[in-house]
Design a binder for this molecule. Structure first.
Ligand SMILES: Cc1cc2nc3c(=O)[nH]c(=O)nc-3n(C[C@H](O)[C@H](O)[C@H](O)COP(=O)(O)OP(=O)(O)OC[C@H]3O[C@@H](n4cnc5c(N)ncnc54)[C@H](O)[C@@H]3O)c2cc1C
Length: 445
C-alpha cells in the first residue's frame, strides 16, 4: 500500500488532546475511527491489528453517498474513488430469463439529492484511503501482527497476543475502541460480563465472492458492457441471487452471490476457498450471460463463506471501551451498508470524544455514542435481513407484479435501490446528528 500525502487535520482542538486511545482492528471501522480522532486533534492514537500486513484482500465494496460525505469531509474521498466506478443505473433481473424487472437511474437523482454519487470500489482502495489519511496525520501508530483476545474493561486495558493466545504485555488506555469485525473477541468478552452468550445467528445462507478480469473475456460483445458500462446487476431467483458491478477502472467485474448453505460451510472469513464446480452447479439454471461469466472465474479464485448475523446487542459499551462496526452490528450485504455504517460510527466517535473535557466522563460519552448510533444500525441490520426474503421468494408472480409497480421516486421491492430507503440512509449526516444531540443525550446518561 503506497502512502501519499493528504491533509488530515481539521484544525480542531479536543477537550483532552493527549487522551490515550487504543483501537483494536485496522478495518473500515478501526482505521476510520483513527482518522476521525486524528482530524479532531487527538495526539496519542494506536491501532492494533491481527494481520501481519494490510494488502489487497477482499473484493468489491460500495461507497454510497452517506459514506462518500464522510470521506470527503476527511479529505480522502479522491484516493478511494481514483479507481472506482460511479454507478449510473441499478438493475434487478430475473435470474433465468435475464429480463429486467426494474431499473433505477441513479444519475437522475443520486448526486443532486444526496450530494455524492454511488460508487463501487475494491475494498483495498477504501482501506487505503483510511490508512493513508490516518498515518499521514503523524499521530496514529499502526501495530500489525497482534491478535487481541483478553480484555480487562474495569481497568481499560487489553493483553497483546497472537492467534495462539494472549502472551504479551498489557496495554493501558484511557479509551479502548474495539473494531475487530464480525468475529469480535471484544464483543464476546463484553457480553460475557452481563451474562449474555455471544450467539451467532445462522442465516442458512452462504456466499461466493468472485471476480472476472476484463482480459479474460476476450472482448466478447455479450460480456463487454458489464465492464465498459457503469451499471449494477442483481439477478434474483428462488433462494438465490447474484449482485454484480464493475470496479477498478472498469477492469474487474465483481460478483457476490447468496445461496442456501448446502455445504454447511464452516468458514466465516473472507479468505476461505470454495469449489468452482459446486458454484457452477448452484447457479446452473441462471441465464447464459451469467453462466458465461461464472465459467470465466479462475479456478482456485472462488471464495465461499457463511453469512452470519447477530441479534441486536443489549450494549456496546463497558466502562471506557466501546464496540464499532461489524463487532456490534454485523449487517448482511443485501443493502450494501456494512462499511458505511462502520465509518458512520467512526465519525460519530470523533465528534463525541472530542467533547470530553474530563476523563471521568468518558463512559458517559461512549454511552451517548451508543444512543446515537444503535437505533440507526439496528434498523439497517433488520432492513438488510428482510431484503433477502423478498428477493428470494418462490412466488414469482407476486414478485414480478411488485416490481412492475415499483415507483422510481418511492418504494422498490429491492430495498437497496428503493428511494424511501435511500432517503433514510443517504440524507443522514452523522456528524451533524452527533453535534446536535450530544448535550441532550449526555445530560440523560
Ligand atoms: C479481510 C477482509 C476482507 C473483506 N472483504 C470485503 C469485501 O470484499 N466486500 C465487502 O463488502 N466487505 C468485505 N469485508 C467486510 C467489510 O470490511 C466489513 O463488513 C465492514 O467494512 C465493517 O468494517 P469493520 O471495521 O467493522 O470490520 P472489518 O473491515 O472486517 O475489520 C475488522 C478488522 O479487525 C481485525 N481483527 C479481527 N479480530 C482481531 C483481533 N482479535 N485482534 C486484532 N485485530 C483483529 C481484522 O483483521 C480486520 O482488519 C472484508 C473484511 C475483511 C476482514
Amino acid at each position: 500500500m503506497t502512502i501519499e500525502q493528504v491533509s488530515p487535520s481539521s484544525g480542531n482542538q479536543p477537550g483532552i488532546p493527549d487522551l490515550k486511545i487504543h483501537i483494536v482492528g485496522a478495518g473500515m471501522g478501526g482505521m476510520g475511527t483513527a482518522l476521525a480522532l486524528a482530524r479532531q486533534g487527538f495526539k496519542d492514537i494506536h491501532v492494533w491489528e491481527s494481520a501481519a500486513q494490510l494488502g489487497e484482500v477482499g473484493a468489491g465494496i460500495n461507497v454510497p453517498p452517506n459514506l462518500a460525505r464522510i470521506l470527503s469531509e476527511w479529505g480522502v474521498l479522491d484516493i478511494c474513488q481514483a479507481e472506482g466506478v460511479v454507478i449510473d443505473t441499478a438493475n434487478v433481473l430475473d435470474c433465468a430469463t435475464d429480463k429486467i424487472l426494474t431499473s433505477v437511474n441513479y444519475s437522475d437523482y443520486m448526486e443532486q439529492e444526496y450530494g455524492w454519487p454511488f460508487t463501487t470500489v475494491h475494498r483495498a482502495a477504501l482501506q487505503k484511503c483510511l490508512v493513508q489519511g490516518a498515518l499521514n496525520s503523524g499521530v496514529v501508530k499502526l501495530h500489525l501482527g497482534h491478535f487481541i483476545t483478553k480484555y480487562d474493561f474495569d481497568n481499560t486495558r487489553f493483553q497483546l497476543g497472537t492467534r495462539d493466545g494472549p502472551e504479551g504485555e498489557w496495554v493501558d488506555a484511557d479509551v479502548i475502541i474495539a473494531a475487530d469485525g464480525v468475529k469480535s473477541k471484544a464483543r464476546e468478552a463484553m457480553l460475557a460480563r452481563v451474562g449474555v452468550v455471544d450467539e451467532v445467528e445462522d442465516t442458512g445462507q452462504a456466499a461466493y465472492r468472485i471476480m472476472v478480469r476484463r482480459s479474460a473475456i476476450n472482448e466478447d460483445p455479450e460480456l463487454l458492457p458489464f465492464f465498459t458500462g457503469a451499471q449494477s446487476y442483481r439477478w434474483i431467483g428462488e433462494k438465490r441471487h447474484i449482485i454484480a458491478y464493475p470496479i477498478e477502472n472498469h477492469d474487474l467485474f465483481n460478483m457476490s452471490t447468496t445461496q442456501p448453505d448446502r455445504n454447511f460451510v464452516q468458514a466465516d472469513t473472507w479468505t476461505a476457498a470454495g469449489s468452482k464446480t459446486e458454484m457452477l452447479q448452484t447457479f446452473h439454471d441462471f441465464c447464459p450471460r451469467v453462466q458465461k461469466l461464472l465459467q470465466l472465474v479462475p479456478e482456485g479464485e472462488v471464495l465461499e463463506w457463511k453469512l452470519r448475523v447477530h441479534k441486536p446487542l443489549p450494549l456496546w459499551v463497558d466502562h471506557n471501551a466501546a464496540l464499532v462496526g461489524d463487532a456490534c452490528h454485523p449487517t448482511l450485504p443485501h443493502i450494501a451498508q456494512g462499511a458505511a455504517q462502520a465509518i458512520e460510527d467512526a465519525a460519530a466517535l470523533g465528534v463525541i470524544l472530542a467533547k470530553v473535557g474530563d476523563k471521568a466522563d468518558i463512559n458517559k460519552a461512549l454511552r451517548v455514542y451508543q444512543a446515537i448510533r444503535k437505533p440507526r444500525t439496528d434498523w439497517a441490520v433488520n432492513t438488510a435481513a428482510e431484503n433477502s426474503k423478498g428477493l428470494h421468494t418462490q412466488d414469482k408472480a407476486s414478485r414480478d407484479n411488485a416490481f412492475s409497480q415499483a415507483d422510481a421516486n418511492g418504494s422498490n421491492p429491492d430495498k437497496m435501490i428503493s428511494r424511501d430507503v435511500h432517503d433514510i440512509l443517504f440524507k443522514y449526516d452523522v456528524v451533524k446528528e452527533a453535534e446536535k444531540n450530544f448535550d441532550r443525550l449526555f445530560a440523560q446518561q
